[in-house]
Write a protein that binds this ligand. Structure first.
Ligand code: 3H9
Length: 701
């Protein structure tokens, strides 16, 4: 047998063990290894039944995703990676095959399990068809066998949304036949003995659940809403529907067609890029696995406002006790009331039990003093953006924090080195930029100052995972990765509006492009006062003679701050958008002639190019400056913190997909038309000239 699949026989039961760490993916050699083992068991007279199990931490977590790129690039044929010959051998085995599941039976892993005759699982195992999260659909008959096991509606839901279910739910659905308490292998062998003499049931022949009702159109509508813009969920539903209309073999053929379409789509390339990207960003060149991490057992947070309160929830949710400090009792009370309300909402929605809420709340200790800060392993400052105040706080922390405590700032724009200069230990200082609402948004932008130690960076990277965030390391500059790029994006959106494109059309176009919200709606949510204050603070950096957007500042100067005052670019009833604010249209209508701005309505393409290419051009600068380590780091920031559509892979991947020559040509054109802001980034020009990509350039870093 191969190294990847091991074979042994124990008292008449063949045990086939898949051993392909870390997740037993179906890499080359694994499917063939399983097939050979099952054929061998079939040919050995002493064997009565077969158990298939995964070594290490999991059953099979799916196809080897890295192989997909080889198929789409033509390096490998689709046939080389098909699982159908294995599935046929499994289901056709004259001796019952029992699949023993622990960890995650995902994608091709679950499809292989379905082709076996029985499935047993430990209670904390999970099963799922998560292919849509990679922009594809199950391609090894999962859309045909799962409805036969779990019923059509359940299968359609699992294939369309990709969310895994725990073993107990899988038992109730009919996917799993028994939950094994105690040792999985022993339980599976005992189960195999029980069924050894019985005729082995073939999933592909079990048609009784196929006539169960399923509202496919309603499911398609739900998928279009929840996974807006994504093609794979609809293809997955189509494939499951085919199972209800076609004989098994024809259904499998239909699935194969749809699988192929998805596999060769730009969407699946983007989503696979995002999958590996989330893992790549955890790897920091020069910081090896051998760096010893600092223990994080207790945290302390300064500031119980929106950000501080949200961050306290993040720590409490991860089981880490946290002190939450404010300067005044009423502010502390307000902060705590917000936290309690957020948790109570989760309880009301059934997402959390009252008991879990009480336990989590108990981890947050409100305080008006620095008492106990000397025991904290990490202190996160989350007061408003003011350098003088932050420096004062860090000077104070320097006196009371343990020497090895991490001193983190949640600044979204300010200079980490200047903040660190207020301490005698700049090596312990790092940016921990959370995104609002901190308890919801997945991104955690870590910002390294010039003295930040490797140990502090590695600890915060690891802590990010514990806090269930996607941590990305950025260098220190104004706005770091996320906000520095966002500024030109927002600028262009607003200039488009001032130049005669209705602002609601700008928003709508970018929403249809796939952004979670249009740029003006984002400004209203963040508060126009925020931009207004930043604008005042950095006015001295504006280049004389260069045009900057003005109309939002004019509205903010009238005291209209967006959602929080019910009036911004849009009008609001509570948080509900009640349509464009006519006052804003009036401001623009008066402003344009005053400044002699020629008015024209931009096309859909131009709206996208002027905003998204502005992001890309700035991203290219960040890369060259080393603020972002690789282009994928930028993509992961944008996918997790700025609502960029995952099926476009992030701005830099999107640029690579469009082609850098095309992007650069447009940037040059905009430079001629609009001047200063559009100076092409040298790296963009360089790579466009070489016919290269940001990804290829990053791979050489
Ligand atoms: C499929 O099956 C299609 C089928 O219908 C058949 C078609 C013919 N392949 O996430 P982790 C790597 S589509 C290759 O950090 P965790 C990962 O990159 C597939 N590599 O661990 C990382 O590498 P590195 C359907 C994979 O414990 C390392 O393993 N299946 C794969 O936090 C550890 O991963 C899925 O979509 C893979 N399939 O989480 C499941 N999976 O160390 C995708 C992982 O170099 N995987 N790697 O960075 C997952 O969801 C999680 O990895 C899992 C473990 C939950 C399994």
């Amino acid at each position: 047998m191969s190294e990847l699949v091991k074979y042994s026989v124990e008292d008449g039961i063949a045990i086939v063990t898949i051993d392909n760490p870390p997740v037993n993916a179906l890499s080359p050699g694994v499917p063939d290894g399983i097939r050979e083992a099952v054929l061998r068991a079939g040919s050995e007279a002493a064997v009565q039944a077969i158990v298939i199990i995964g070594a290490g931490r999991t059953f099979i977590a799916g196809a080897d995703i890295r192989e997909f790129g080889k198929i789409t690039s033509g390096e490998k044929s689709r046939e080389a990676t098909t699982l159908h010959p294995l599935l046929a051998v499994l289901e056709g085995s004259p001796k019952p095959v029992v699949m023993a599941i622990h960890g995650t039976a995902f994608g091709g892993g679950l499809e292989i399990a379905q082709a076996g005759h029985y499935r047993v699982a430990v209670a904390n195992a999970q099963v799922g068809q998560p292919e849509v999260k990679l922009g594809i659909i199950p391609g090894a008959a999962g859309t045909q066998r799962l409805p036969r096991l779990a019923g059509v509606a359940k299968a359609a839901e699992m294939c369309a949304f990709g969310d895994p279910i725990p073993a107990k739910a899988a038992l109730e659905a009919g996917i799993v036949d028994r939950i094994i308490e105690g040792n999985l292998l022993a339980g599976a062998i005992a189960f195999a003995r029980e069924v050894a003499a019985k005729p082995a049931p073939k999933t592909s022949e079990r048609n009784e659940k196929l006539s169960e009702p399923c509202d496919f159109d309603a499911l398609r509508a739900a998928a279009r809403k929840r996974l807006r813009g994504q093609e794979a969920p609809i293809a997955a539903i189509d494939a499951v529907e085919a199972a209800t209309k076609l004989p098994f073999a024809e259904g499998v053929r239909r699935e194969a067609e749809l699988f192929q379409q998805c596999l060769f789509s730009t969407q699946s390339k983007a989503m696979i890029h995002a999958f590996f990207g989330e893992r790549t960003v955890q790897k920091i060149p020069g910081i090896g696995k051998d760096v010893e991490l600092l223990p994080i057992r207790k945290a302390a947070i300064i500031g119980a406002g929106t950000m501080g309160g949200g961050i306290a929830m993040v720590y409490a949710n991860a089981g880490i006790p946290v002190l939450l400090k404010e300067t005044a009792q009423d502010a502390l009370d307000r902060g705590l009331a917000t936290i309690r309300r957020n948790y109570a909402n989760s309880v009301a929605k059934g997402k959390m039990t009252q008991e879990a809420m009480d336990r989590t709340m108990a981890r947050i200790t409100p305080t008006l003093s620095f008492d106990g800060f000397g025991e904290a392993d990490i202190i996160v400052e989350a007061v408003f953006e003011n350098m003088a105040l932050k420096k004062q706080i860090f000077a104070e922390l320097d006196k009371i924090a343990r020497p090895d405590a991490i001193l983190a700032t949640n600044t979204s724009t300010l200079d980490i080195d200047e903040i660190a200069s207020a301490t005698t230990r700049p090596g312990q200082v790092i940016g921990n930029h959370f995104f609002s609402p901190a308890n919801v948004m997945k991104l955690l932008e870590l910002v390294r100052g010039k003295a930040t130690s490797d140990r502090v960076i590695a600890t915060c990277m690891d802590l990010g995972k514990r806090l269930r965030k996607v941590a990305v390391l950025a260098g220190n500059c104004y706005g770091f990765i996320g906000n520095r790029m966002f500024a030109p994006y927002i600028r262009e959106a607003m200039l488009l509006a001032e130049d005669g494109t209705p602002f609601e059309l700008v928003d709508q176009t970018l929403y249809e492009f796939g952004m979670a919200m249009g740029p003006m709606a984002v400004c209203d949510l963040a508060g126009l006062d925020v931009n207004y204050r930043i604008r005042q603070e950095y006015k001295h950096l504006e280049v004389p003679g260069v045009r900057y957007p003005e109309v939002e500042t004019m509205l903010a100067a009238r005291g209209h701050y967006g959602q929080k005052t019910g009036r911004g670019w849009y009008l609001y009833e509570g948080t509900k958008n009640a349509g464009p604010n006519p006052e804003m249209s009036d401001i623009i209508a008066a402003y344009a002639p005053e400044k002699s701005l020629p008015q024209s309505r931009a096309s859909r393409d131009e709206i996208i190019e002027r905003t998204v290419y502005a992001l890309i051009n700035e991203g290219a600068r960040l890369l060259k400056e080393g603020i972002a380590i690789r282009s994928v780091d930028i993509d992961i920031v944008y996918l997790n913190g700025y609502g960029f559509p995952v099926w476009r892979g992030g701005p830099m991947h999107y640029a690579d997909t469009v082609g850098l020559a095309r992007v650069a040509a447009k940037v040059r054109e905009f430079h001629e038309r609009f001047g200063y802001h559009w100076k092409p980034a040298p790296l963009l020009e360089q790579l466009a000239g070489q016919g290269s990509t940001f990804a290829a350039w990053s791979a050489t870093r």
